[in-house]
Design a protein. Structure first.
Length: 479
């Protein structure tokens, strides 16, 4: 185990190690070896035990064993209690998955607390071993994995909240662990449910691996671990190419990541798929990406049609937009629904707060004599946060204009055009990003848009040479 720690740079001098200590042979062996190496490595230890309340009586005995073990070695220990069956039922998970979630959340909580208290780097040590690695790889093969999946469990992995998980026992077999426990009279607890072929992993451990060992390869555990090592080497090389492609990634907005379609199309599918997974991982989707999702993304990227979408798990999507692939979570782009009326008969100088957009619009009534000298300055109307509109015509419409977002049936006659356009077509022609279209403020009279704020005004309401009353509007985003 010491060699594994050194070869994989798992522990550095001065670090605090949080140990997941169930009381079983694997975690007790990990605990004991780290304790013996404590002085040499210059580390401090802190145990965490989770009582899942899955085995009445036995779970409490496990807890008592861990508490006494930690007390005898003067190692602090946090105990957590969870009703895992209830949690699993409420979350729609298996008890196995729910148990894993509460375990790791408890590890993160303790690690975060120690970091805040002592200001020292903290790592979380868990006790997966060679047999666990073989079981994991076989499980993934059965489900249809690729090279990344064949790589199996990693020696170290950065998890959420900057927690680093380390697995120092990954090169040690279960037989060696049990031998070590016997040699040092550790007398770990035995979870008898591990001997029941109920879960998939238990069936692989108790039925499939013994069958493979007896009929095909007596060294099946070592062979699968060797396969895993080879796959990890290939995976590491592929990800150096992924990092080269990731240089072209940009963050467009909050939690929205973009990369040119050209870059994705030029990459081999092995690299392109990993770039896609890497980007999704960055914005929160680290699992549940299937080959079906990736094939759908390949088609989307190859076609490159603006506003097309490929749906991934849990509301995550890729959208193509004007030569870019945009990755985001749909809940990040909810439609804003607001409406602010401008009272034309009482305009002097008013300010309308647009809280939804963290902006304001200043409204001012002008006379002919207040206009700039050149009428062309008033009708340019492109990509400006200031506009002048014909108040005479607005009053004649007998409707007060309102500031709102788009609705079905909206249209505009863009400045300089004879015909009118649906606002959707205008947005597409002007290359407004799809995710922005439900957030863009519009100045409207009924269904007619007279100013796409920050963009074009309407030909119908432009200031003309005989216009006497003008309304000046200025859109001001707040810093």
């Amino acid at each position: 185990m010491k060699k594994t720690i050194i070869d994989n740079d798992l522990i550095n001098q001065g670090e605090h190690i949080v140990i997941g200590l169930s009381g079983g042979p694997d975690s007790v062996c990990l605990f004991h070896v780290l304790y013996r190496l404590k002085e040499e490595l210059g580390i401090e230890l802190h145990a965490v035990h989770i009582n899942h309340r899955l085995r009445p009586g036995a779970a409490d005995e496990d807890q008592k064993f861990v508490e006494e073990l930690c007390k005898s070695y003067d190692v602090p220990c946090d105990i957590f209690h969870f009703d895992v069956n209830r949690i699993a039922k409420e979350a729609g998970l298996s008890s196995e998955d729910a148990g894993r979630q509460v375990r790791y959340q408890s590890f993160y909580e303790v690690a975060k607390r120690i970091t805040a208290l002592k200001g020292r780097p903290v790592k979380i040590a868990v006790a997966q071993n060679m047999n666990d690695q073989a079981e994991t790889v076989l499980m993934r093969i059965i489900r249809g994995t690729g090279i990344d999946g064949l790589g199996g469990i990693e020696y170290r992995r950065k998890e959420k909240e900057n927690a680093v998980i380390i697995r120092p026992l990954l090169d040690v077999s279960r037989d060696e662990i049990e031998e070590y426990c016997n040699l040092h009279n550790l007398e770990p607890r035995i979870d008898l449910t591990n001997m029941e072929p109920v879960y998939t992993r238990n069936k692989i451990r108790l039925e499939l691996i013994p069958y493979l060992r007896e009929n095909f390869n007596k060294n099946i555990i070592a062979s699968i671990n060797r396969l895993s090592k080879i796959a990890r080497e290939d995976k590491d090389y592929l990800y150096t190419k992924v990092e080269e492609a990731m240089r072209y990634v940009t963050v467009k907005k909050q939690n929205r990541i973009c990369i040119p379609l050209r870059i994705l199309n030029e990459e081999h599918p092995a690299i392109r798929h990993r770039v896609i997974m890497k980007i999704f991982e960055r914005i929160g989707l680290a699992q549940d990406i299937t080959s079906v999702h990736l094939e759908q993304a390949d088609k989307l990227i190859a076609e490159g049609k603006t506003s097309s979408i490929a749906e991934f798990a849990k509301g995550y999507v890729i959208e193509t937009s004007y030569g870019m692939a945009e990755f985001y979570h749909k809940t990040e782009n909810e439609k804003f629904d607001f409406e602010y009326e401008i009272q034309c008969d009482s305009i002097t100088t008013n300010t309308i707060e647009l809280d939804e957009l963290n902006a304001e619009i200043r409204v001012k009534k002008l006379g002919r004599k207040d206009l700039p000298s050149s009428i062309e300055n008033l009708t340019a109307g492109r990509r400006s946060n200031i506009c002048y509109l014909n108040l005479d015509k607005i009053i004649l419409s007998r409707n007060n204009p309102v500031i709102r977002t788009r609705r079905s049936g909206d249209y505009i006659r863009p400045l300089g055009m004879k015909g009118r356009k649906k606002i959707q077509d205008f947005f597409v022609d002007e290359k407004f990003a799809r995710e922005d279209r439900d957030r863009i403020p519009l100045l409207c009279i009924g269904s007619e848009v007279i100013w796409v704020i920050g963009s074009r005004i309407s030909e119908n309401y432009k200031v003309e040479k005989d216009t006497e009353q003008i309304i000046l509007l200025e859109y001001l985003p707040k810093i």
